[in-house]
Structures are given as C-alpha cells and as structure tokens.
Design a protein around this ligand. Structure first.
Ligand code: NCD
Length: 308
C-alpha cells in the first residue's frame, strides 16, 4: 500500500512489505542525514506533544529540519488554548488548516485516531496512552534489520512493564509481521503482556513464553527489548513504588547470552538497565535512538509523497 497521505496510527496497519520499503528509504536517509536535503522545503509539520517526550519529538523535528521542512507546534499544552478548555478535535482542525502533516503524542488511548478522523493531512501517532507507538516500532525493527540483515527467524525477549508500555506492545505487533519469530515475555506477574497483544500473536500462531526471570531465556534470545515501569500509568503510586526496581538488567543478568545478542530499549531508562551495560558488546539502545532520525525522515518523505 502507498504511504502517500497515509495516517500512521498503529504498526498493525503496515505490512511487512511496507516496512521493508521504509527501511530502504531510511538507509538512503541515513547517508544524507547530516548534510540534509531540500526535499520537503515547502512542507510544514505540526508537532503536538501533550505528554513529555525527548527522543520522539526531537527526532521528528530534526528529521523535518534535515529534509528542509519546517516545524510549528508545542511541547507544553498548558501554553495553548487547550488550557482554556478547547477540545482536541478543535485544536487538530486548526493545525490541519495550517500544516501538511501532524505528529501527535497524547496521554489518552485512541486520541491519534480521533485526530485523524478530523484532519485532512496525515496524522502520525507519536504515542497514545498505553496503546500504540508505531514509529518507535519502526525504528526498533529497523535497528534489528540492520544488525542481523533480517527480522525473520529471530527470538526476542520483551522485558518490563508489558501491561502499560505502548513501545513494548507496538514492538511485539511489529515483530509479529515477520516469519518464524519467537517472543518471550519477561515481567513481574502484575505487569504481564495485555490480552489483546497475546491474542494477536496466538492468531498468527507465533510461539510465546512468559516468565518472571530473564535467566530462563537468556541463552536463547537474539534481542532483549527492555522497558521501564510506566510510572505515569499507575493510579496508585504505592503500586509503582513496589514494582520499580523489581528487575534490573546488568552485566550479570546477560552473562549467559549468545555472542551476537543485542539489547534494545526505547528509552528513557530509570533503573531497569544498569549503565555498566552501556559499554558491553550487546548494547544497541543509543544506536537505536539515533536511528529515529533516518526512519522518521523516511516516513515523513513517504507520507508527504516526496520519496518512493
Ligand atoms: C517510550 C514512550 O514514550 O512510550 N519512549 C520513547 O518514545 N522513546 C517509552 C517510555 O516512555 O518508556
């Protein structure tokens, strides 16, 4: 399916073929990202961040700038008419009239879809509550694809807050697009993978396993995808306090890993991934974050019909 004019709400909407095309364009963008191009010089991107962000917002804004385009928007909704009670739909209607593409992050599930329903320009979901974070999954899969030259046949362990994490859910959905993959879920029992995500995998007959201990699978996996406990999704702060620090990936925890195993993390990390791992041969999370720029350059240029 063509990317042109397409909304990017969920990774589920993208085929394996779409992802392959995106990765090839991202490889081209990677080569030109530091010198930039004028490809999108007539385009304006709206960056609407109703929730905190470092990498997603800055890499989208960087991507747009490197493509010669411009950006308007906010990272602090308190400074906009939302503070006066304006609805999301009305805010989006205005921005839709001003710009060529909207990138949005919002704490509420389904808000990107709601925005896409009123906008004429493409809406790209930069994270909606616990639900979806499609562009994170795109750069996660791109990082794996670059590392192994494929995604098919790989076994990934997804570690952490699988109940609330949108990055984890989108990563799992994305892995599910490929052949002969295996997934192992490693989490405290109260943070297990959501039913709809597990159901998706079982519909596709993808083998999964669940455990509370990484040591059960460490020797078998090609990728470990670590995530933090999502503090902002807990209604009871004592529950968060109880769970935080309940798992930490350190050098000891990965001692039995395959030599080519790589560790990914969407970041930010809190205390689930020890800094001593940063210099290990397995760490790829900073490279993964850097890949956010070429992947988002590729996506913006495709959605705006300037790349093929
Ligand atoms: C993730 C997010 O916002 O969902 N961060 C990101 O975009 N890189 C993961 C997280 O916040 O834990």
């Amino acid at each position: 399916m063509s990317f042109k004019e397409r909304d990017v709400i969920s990774i589920l909407d993208f085929s394996r073929k779409d992802l392959g095309r995106l990765f090839l364009v991202a490889n081209r963008m990677r080569r030109i990202m530091n010198r930039g191009t004028t490809m999108l010089k007539t385009s304006l991107m709206a960056s609407l961040f109703f929730e905190p962000s470092t990498r997603t917002r800055l890499s989208f804004e960087t991507a747009m700038a490197r493509l010669g385009g411009r950006v308007v928007g906010f990272a602090e909704p308190g400074a906009t008419s939302i503070a006066k009670g304006e609805t999301l739909e009305d805010t989006v209607r205005m921005v839709d009239a001003y710009t060529n593409v909207i990138v949005m992050r919002h704490p509420k599930e389904g808000s990107a879809l709601k925005a896409a329903e009123v906008a004429h320009v493409p809406v790209i979901n930069g994270g909606d509550g616990s639900q979806h974070h499609p562009t994170q999954a795109m750069l996660d899969l791109y990082t794996i694809w670059r590392e192994f030259g494929k995604v098919d046949g790989l076994h990934a362990a997804v570690v952490g807050d699988l109940k609330h994490g949108r990055a984890a859910a989108s990563f799992v959905y994305g892995m599910g697009k490929f052949d002969r993959v295996k997934l192992s879920f490693v989490s405290p029992s109260s943070l297990k993978i959501r039913k709809e995500v597990a159901d998706y995998l079982s519909e596709k007959s993808i083998p999964i396993s669940e455990t509370e201990n990484l040591s059960d699978v460490i020797g078998e996996v090609d990728v470990i995808y670590v995530t933090r406990v999502q503090r902002e999704r807990f209604s009871d702060p004592t529950e968060y306090e109880h769970l935080k620090g309940s798992y930490t990936i350190d050098l000891k925890a990965i001692a039995g890993a395959k030599s080519r195993m790589i560790i990914l993390h969407p970041l930010p990390r809190v205390d689930e991934l020890a800094t001593e791992v940063d210099s290990s041969v397995h760490a790829r999370y900073f490279e993964q974050a850097k890949n956010g720029v070429p992947v988002r350059m590729a996506l913006l240029s495709l959605v705006l019909g300037k790349a093929r």
